[in-house]
Every structure is written in C-alpha cells, then in structure tokens.
Design a protein around this ligand. Structure first.
Ligand code: HEM
Length: 395
C-alpha cells in the first residue's frame, strides 16, 4: 500500500502504529516512491539497526537503479562516506574523525556555540515576530558545523540551498542531480584550497591524513565533508524547531521547564523521542534473507527503519503520544540510531540543543506561537521530520 502523502507527513505516527500492530516488518511504498519493508517496533528497529546482514554499501546506487536512474559522476562520489559503508571500510572512515566528536572535545565548543546563539538572538531581538527555523534553529547548527570543518562563512548560503534541494524533497530528480554535482565540484575546490593553505580545522586535518598516508582517498575526503555538513545541520535544526514547537503547544511542559531549568537535559531526550528529527533511517538492504519480528524478508530487499515509530512504541514508552519532559526512560529513544552507525554527532547535537533552548527561553519570556491552532508545516520528506517554518511571537 501507499499512504496518502499529506496524511502521512501530518501524522506519520498513526501509520506507524497501524503497521506496528500488523507485524514486525510491513511492506509498503512510502510517499516519494521509497518501497520496501518498514520496521516500526522499538525492539525490531533496534535489532535491525545493529544487524550486519542489513547492508549499506552501494544501497543508494541500488535504489536509483530500481528507479531507472544512475547516479551521475562526479555527484556519485559524494556517497563514499561512512554512513553508506559497512565494516571494515566503515570502521576505518569513522575512526578518522571520531576523536573530534567525543563528549569531552565537544564540551570545549560550548562558549563558541553560546556566542553564535547569542548573536542570532541579538538579531531577533527588537522584532515582534520571527520564523524560528530561519532565524535560529537552522543557522545555529549550520554555523557550528561550518566553523568546525573550516567551510568559509561566505559559502554557507551556497551549500544550504543545495542541501535543501538534495534532502528536503524540493525540486525534481534533475535538480537533485544538478545540486549533487555542484556540491561535489564545490567541495573539490575547497579541498584544493585547504591543501594550498591548511588551517587548524577538521577539513585541513582530513586533507593532511589523505596526503600523509593512504588512510583515505580524495573522494572519501570529499564525501566525509559532505556527510558531516549535511548530518551536522539538517537534523539539529529539526530538534530545535520541533522541540520549541512541542513546548509551545504544551504550556504546562513549558512552564515546568521555565520553573526548573535542571529539567532541560531530560526534556531534550523527550523532544528527540517525541518528534524524532530523522524519520526513516538511511537505506539498508538485506544481504541475505532476514527474519524481522516473525516476517521473513528475502535477499536484496530494502528495509526502512522508522525511528519515530520505534520512539512511540507503547511496549517501551507508557502513553507514547504524550509529551512528558520528566519521563524517566525518554533516553531509550532511537533518534540517534543504534549499532555501528549510531550518530557520531550526538554529543554535539545535545550541546547545541542545550545552549539553544537555554538562551532562547531566557531571552524571550513571552515566546509563543504566532499562529496558534494552525497545522504545523512539516517538510514532505520521508527522511526527516522537520518543520519548514515556525512563526513565533517574541513578545
Ligand atoms: C548518523 C541522527 C546530529 C553526524 C546518524 C544516524 C541517526 C542520526 C539516526 C544513524 C542513521 C542510520 O543508521 O541510518 C541525528 C540526529 C541529530 C544528529 C537526530 C540531531 C538532533 C548530528 C550532528 C552531526 C552528525 C550534529 C555532526 C557531525 C552523523 C554522522 C553519522 C550520523 C557522521 C554517521 C555515523 C556512521 O555511519 O557511523 N545521525 N544526528 N549527526 N550522524 Fe547524526
């Protein structure tokens, strides 16, 4: 079956609940044409994410072939990254950047993240209304990841518009491929610039690792930067905007958080559970027949792990559709995935969210929705659960 796209994006949870009840893995074609077996139970999703029989290597190319398209060169080079690899390639690629994203290293970024958030709030201050996505939730993680990598400030807009075309379901397949090619060309130029003039950033370190040994190929450097840029902002924006919207629509929860800021870390886990920023996890296919929740899936089939489904499984979370920032077990969510591909940037995302919520709530005591009661503007995109806009009144 294919669900109606508008109904699906407005409330994927209703679909996931019915598919969960129908069994461990449910055969469906998702809006946008993604066909395969959707896994929506928490236990099944957790097991599937860690199952080495579910492969990632070449999954994107397989998918495009099934649609009757080929990934054009050089755009195809962008997919040679860890999230599209299986061990041992995955292990080698992840190890190269793992050190830069440990909880300790990330905590050192806190003062700079606070400065960036403060500057964005200063720009909003004095206005009565703002789109929180455009003014705050998107530029904060975008600026942080660009600085970490060493992507020049002036190039952010270039990357942002292409990233939207590639990920947000905006535009045709031709535009998608054109955006891929432009990003690949752009990143190639950037790598050359860092080689000519190294700086103290992550991209310079990767270029150096490439030149000092054969730890990774040129194409892998480019794909790595692409992955970090995209994963570094397209998800955190949804956590910040989705979390703020959830709070504004639950005034009792907002009041509780304002009264006791020590609730914030738990609240962030609850936002991750309640509105998972990633919807369907990245592509996986069966390398051999695999049984999930009693359903046998033949070899060569796509398995789509629905993270929002897992995060609202009543077998794990009591009253899963209720937002409760004091929920003791919220952190059992799978919003950051599980297994070898568990989100590399989770400590950074949590830090950015902590800073974002703390400073936003302190700055605007009267923050509220500008258009209460209207339908939220969810992106029509099966990969992410993200708001396209969040109009708010600041005072
Ligand atoms: C992987 C979610 C922020 C970098 C993942 C996966 C999920 C996820 C679900 C696994 C996907 C799969 O297995 O199919 C999130 C969420 C975020 C977030 C919800 C924010 C709220 C970030 C940030 C970075 C990042 C800030 C910055 C560097 C990565 C990378 C991977 C990854 C590199 C691939 C890891 C691997 O393949 O070993 N993320 N992410 N993420 N994430 Fe995040």
């Amino acid at each position: 079956m294919t669900p109606d796209a508008d109904a699906f994006f407005a409330d994927p949870y209703a679909f996931y609940a019915s598919w969960r009840e129908a069994g461990g893995a449910y055969r469906v074609t998702l809006p946008g044409g993604l066909a395969g077996w959707v896994v929506t139970g928490h236990a099944e999703a957790r097991a599937a994410l860690a199952d080495p029989r579910l492969r990632k290597d070449g999954a994107n190319q397989r998918y495009l072939r099934r649609l009757g398209a080929e990934m054009p060169a050089p755009g195809g080079g962008l997919s040679a990254h860890m999230l599209n690899s299986d061990p041992p390639d995955h292990t080698r690629l992840r190890k190269l950047v793992q050190k830069g994203f440990t909880a300790r290293r990330v905590q050192q970024l806190r003062p700079r993240v606070e400065e960036i958030a403060t500057a964005l709030l200063d720009e909003m201050d004095g206005r009565d209304e703002a789109d929180l996505v455009e003014s705050y939730a998107l530029p904060l993680p975008m600026t942080v990841i660009c600085e970490l990598l060493g992507v020049p400030l002036a190039d952010r807009a270039h990357f942002e518009s292409r990233s939207r075309k590639m990920l947000a379901g905006e535009g045709s397949r031709e535009e998608f491929f054109a955006a891929l090619k432009e990003s690949a060309d752009y990143l190639k130029g950037l790598v050359a610039a860092k080689r000519a003039e190294p700086a103290g950033d992550l991209l310079s370190a990767l270029v150096q690792a490439r030149d000092d040994g054969d730890a990774l190929s040129e194409q892998e450097v480019i794909a790595m930067v692409f992955l970090l840029m995209v994963a570094g902002h397209e998800t955190t924006v949804n956590l910040i905007a989705g979390g703020v919207q959830a709070l504004l629509r639950h005034p009792d929860q907002l009041a509780a958080l304002r009264a006791d800021p020590a609730l914030l870390p738990g609240a962030i886990e609850e936002f991750l559970r309640y509105e998972s920023p990633v919807n369907i996890a990245t592509l996986r296919y069966t390398g051999e027949p695999v049984t999930i929740g009693g359903t046998e899936i033949p070899e060569g089939e796509f398995v789509h792990v629905a993270l929002p489904g897992a995060n609202r499984d009543p077998a794990v979370f009591a009253e899963p559709d209720r937002l409760d920032i004091t929920r003791a077990d919220a952190a059992a969510h799978l919003a950051f995935g599980h297994g070898v591909h568990h989100c590399l940037g989770a400590p950074l995302a949590r830090l950015e969210a902590e800073v974002a919520f703390t400073l936003l709530l302190a700055r605007f005591p009267g923050l509220r929705e500008a258009e209460p009661g209207t339908e939220p503007a969810w992106q029509p995109n099966v990969r992410f659960r993200g708001l396209t806009a969040l109009p708010v009144r600041l005072r």
